[in-house]
Design a protein around this ligand. Structure first.
Ligand SMILES: CC(C)(COP(=O)(O)OP(=O)(O)OC[C@H]1O[C@@H](n2cnc3c(N)ncnc32)[C@H](O)[C@@H]1OP(=O)(O)O)[C@@H](O)C(=O)NCCC(=O)NCCS
Length: 379
């Protein structure tokens, strides 16, 4: 084939690179399903633990299966002492950098570290599901000069996560919203971080390497970082009546409005609506309804862009929920990572099940066949 005939799919946009039986997305209609179950059903009726089981095992659990799964997750709520030392060393870095470093270090301590079988990978993924929240909150406390807060096994995944932030009993409403947020973030097809995890798994490297790389990919503002930026934007806007001018100013400077647009969804992100209600109720209950009003004013200002397929995405409403729960802004992306571990786990498992090295091509555009000039002769 002549190089002139090469079609380049920049960003691999629109390219199918494999098959998956985990997550279905229809970006045009705004549909998301895990293992055939619509996210709208799961967000309302399921829990993070049940959704994790569904993603990893392919079907909804019986009560006994769910109990066993939950018990394994709870039993894994501990970190080796050395991981706290690692966190101490990197305590001044962004929480995502600290998380990436600690997850990488955890590989050395995992009892299945030399076993890349499907079964061991699932157990490692489950341990990571429980350990990642511990790392995020240990770093949060250590950097502020406090001791990490010990996990509680009478709380579910979401409740324990919130509890470990400051040792205060989270409200039922806060736990339910956090749980819903984790369900909504549990998987999302071959987005940048899951694809990265698959590329690593494709070389037959282990799940700790794949998740470490996934965390690195998630940390950028084009992927996971948007919730943090949305909160920043809401603070800068300050009052709902400032939103239209603020948005106009961004757009006329060809800047992006954070929490809008998606590579796949050209309709509204089906996850966003569930969090919209959460922001509305929580901000009213906490006597701070202005946050919801500011966000809705931004949505209104972005209305003309809806015709071009630019709608709110999952990150748009998430940030304010975290903020109202007292979560520091730089923990917003780590929360995304906490929810995403079951998704990365099953994507690594799927990759291992039919493994192939992922190795696309680049069309070369540089010079060719140049003559090597010794350094003494170069001008
Ligand atoms: C998510 C995102 C990276 C997807 O990008 P993409 O699929 O590569 O789409 P493109 O970057 O090609 O954008 C297509 C067009 O829509 C515009 N656009 C996309 N997102 C936009 C946004 N948030 N605000 C304003 N304009 C936007 C682009 O400027 C571009 O316009 P142009 O064709 O006139 O140049 C992009 O929408 C974005 O940066 N959003 C803000 C960050 C964010 O919320 N990320 C979280 C994703 S879950």
């Amino acid at each position: 084939m002549s190089t002139e005939d090469i079609t380049i799919h920049r960003g691999l946009s629109g390219v199918y690179f494999d098959r998956s039986a985990t997550t279905f997305i229809d970006g045009k209609e705004g549909v998301l399903e895990y293992r055939g179950y619509n996210i709208n059903e799961l967000a309302v009726h399921s829990t993070f633990e049940e959704t994790g089981y569904l993603l990893i095992h392919g079907e909804l659990p019986t009560q006994a299966q769910l109990d066993e799964f939950t018990a394994e997750l709870k039993a894994a709520r501990e970190l080796p002492e050395q991981i706290f030392d690692v966190i101490e060393i990197v305590k001044d870095s962004h929480p995502m950098d600290a998380l990436r470093t600690a997850v990488s270090a955890l590989a050395s301590f995992d009892p299945d570290r030399n076993d890349n079988s499907i079964e061991a990978t699932i157990h490692k993924g489950m341990r990571l599901t429980s350990q990642v929240p511990l790392i995020v909150m240990a770093h949060h406390n250590i950097r502020d000069g406090r001791d990490p807060i010990k996990p509680r096994d009478d709380l579910n995944h979401a409740g324990n996560f919130l509890y470990m932030m400051d040792g205060k009993e989270p409200s039922e409403q806060a736990i339910d919203l956090m749980d819903k947020d984790f369900v909504l973030h549990a998987d999302h097809g071959s987005n940048a971080s899951a694809f990265t995890a698959r590329v690593v798994a494709g070389t037959a490297a282990d799940i700790h390497g794949a998740v470490t790389a996934g965390i690195a990919a998630l940390s950028g503002p084009s992927h996971g970082g948007a919730a943090e930026n949305v909160m920043q934007m809401a603070r800068e806007i300050g009052k709902p009546e400032n939103a239209a001018a603020y948005v106009q100013n961004l757009l006329s400077n060809r800047q992006r409005v954070m929490g809008f647009g998606h590579r796949v969804y050209k309709a509204e992100d089906p996850r966003a609506g569930h969090l919209r209600e959460g922001v509305k109720n929580l901000s009213a209950e906490m006597g701070q309804p202005e946050w919801y009003l500011i966000l809705e004013a931004v949505v209104k200002a972005m209305q003309p862009y809806a015709r071009r397929g630019i709608h709110v995405n999952v990150d748009f409403f998430a940030g304010v929920i975290y903020y109202l729960n007292g979560v520091p802004q730089d923990l917003f992306v780590p929360i995304f990572a906490v929810g995403r571990i079951p998704g990365w786990t099953i994507q690594v498992v799927e990759q291992f099940e039919h493994n192939i090295l992922i190795r696309p091509l680049l069309k070369y555009t540089g010079d060719r066949e140049l003559k090597y000039v010794p350094i003494s002769e170069r001008g």
